[in-house]
Ligand binder design. Structure first.
Ligand SMILES: NC(=O)c1ccc[n+]([C@@H]2O[C@H](COP(=O)([O-])OP(=O)(O)OC[C@H]3O[C@@H](n4cnc5c(N)ncnc54)[C@H](OP(=O)(O)O)[C@@H]3O)[C@@H](O)[C@H]2O)c1
Length: 323
């Protein structure tokens, strides 16, 4: 049985509906709370958020919401999970102390429960000197005992090597790296290099957007129109080119009485990665939990790999990803 667990991504679902989909606090927060509690009860053990999830008046909204939920979570359950946030290297967060205030604010919103702080994206393309400084700042937080783990995100293999060495010189380990990874991300040599570095240095590879924003869960004969303009464009382009892949997900799922989403999540686990999935309701939480009960065979994994390699459409790469 595959030992890799699944994490909960608290990005789009925690604040996206507030911005776009007509948020109703009296019903939505209750639904999200149940989703969150069910997910943790079912064994999803990493909660991923970011200080930038929510902007303007909604800044830090995802962290606030999680902080409220955590207040009601019994201590014994809290001990079993990791609360991880990502701090954004905005241009005004400069130097080694650049994250100090941001961290304090995030930790307030998350009621002092941050275990892992992650650098949200690499600045190496536009401000390479910043990255090391900010990471050293996270190292200081670690040495002061304010966090227990450090993570990276959207960092390519060259920068990963460099940053890993820099922290190693201080006797600090990088616990995880999160990258966009799904059946619809373009297979690249860089990604293979990152995975190998993760194995070599015992870094956990976290796959974000593992369902390609939900596309992989859509039935092969369906083509729903999402509510945001950006997603409409994306779905319009990708859905017609992924019918065969989604058929294969259905076929494999039938054998395990599992959904397409479960197959897509277990494909990620079969690559030694841990998916952080953006679940929005209790049914999706239940579905993700069910994926923990079974694994793909080698042949099924290879068939999916083959379809991925020959897929005619891919998710756009995150522009902040470094070399
Ligand atoms: N480091 C980074 O730069 C970065 C970037 C993006 C995301 N992330 C992290 O990764 C997390 C997840 O990524 P994501 O939300 O972008 O993408 P995702 O997990 O690929 O897709 C989320 C969407 O999938 C659908 N879904 C989820 N579970 C489902 C199920 N069991 N059956 C059917 N549909 C299901 C939902 O769609 P509906 O809304 O249609 O129900 C949901 O909105 C984020 O919350 C965030 O924590 C990190």
């Amino acid at each position: 049985m595959n030992k890799k667990k699944i994490g909960i991504g608290m990005g789009t679902w925690a604040w996206g509906n507030k911005l776009v989909w007509g948020y109703k606090p009296e019903t939505d927060d209750i639904l999200l709370k149940k989703t969150f509690f069910d997910a943790i009860d079912g064994g999803l053990d990493l909660v991923d958020t970011a200080d930038s999830y929510g902007t303007g008046n909604l800044f830090g909204q995802s962290e606030k919401l999680i902080g409220n939920f955590l207040e009601e979570l019994p201590k014994r359950k809290l001990k079993k999970i990791t609360i991880a946030t990502k701090l954004a290297p905005f241009p005004w967060r400069i130097g080694r102390n650049g994250f100090n205030h941001a961290f304090q604010e995030s930790n307030k919103r998350l009621r002092g429960h941050i275990k892992r702080a992650q650098l949200h994206w690499s600045t190496s393309r536009y401000a390479p000197w910043q990255e090391e400084q900010l990471l050293n700042g996270l190292g200081d937080l670690y040495e002061k005992g304010l966090i227990q783990e450090i993570g990276l995100s959207n960092t390519g293999p060259k920068r990963l090597c460099f940053l890993y060495q820099k922290l190693k010189e201080r006797g600090i380990k990088i616990t995880s790296i999160q990258m966009q990874f799904s059946l619809l991300t373009k297979p690249t040599l860089e990604d293979e290099k990152i995975k190998n570095l993760c194995i070599e240095h015992n870094i956990e590879y976290l796959a974000y957007s593992p369902l390609a924003l939900g596309i992989l869960a859509i039935k092969p004969n369906k083509s729903p129109k999402p509510k945001t303009f950006l997603r409409q464009k994306l779905f319009q382009n990708i859905l017609p080119k992924t019918i065969e892949l989604r058929k294969l997900l259905t076929n494999i799922g039938e054998k395990y009485s599992a959904s397409q989403a479960q197959v897509a999540l277990n494909w990620i686990r079969s690559h030694g990665a841990k998916p952080i999935v953006g679940i929005r309701n209790p049914l999706q939480a239940k579905d993700a939990i069910s994926a923990l009960n079974w694994s793909l065979t080698k042949r099924e994994k290879e068939r999916l790999d083959f379809y991925r390699n020959s897929c005619l459409a891919n998710m756009p790469q995150n522009p902040f990803t470094s070399p």
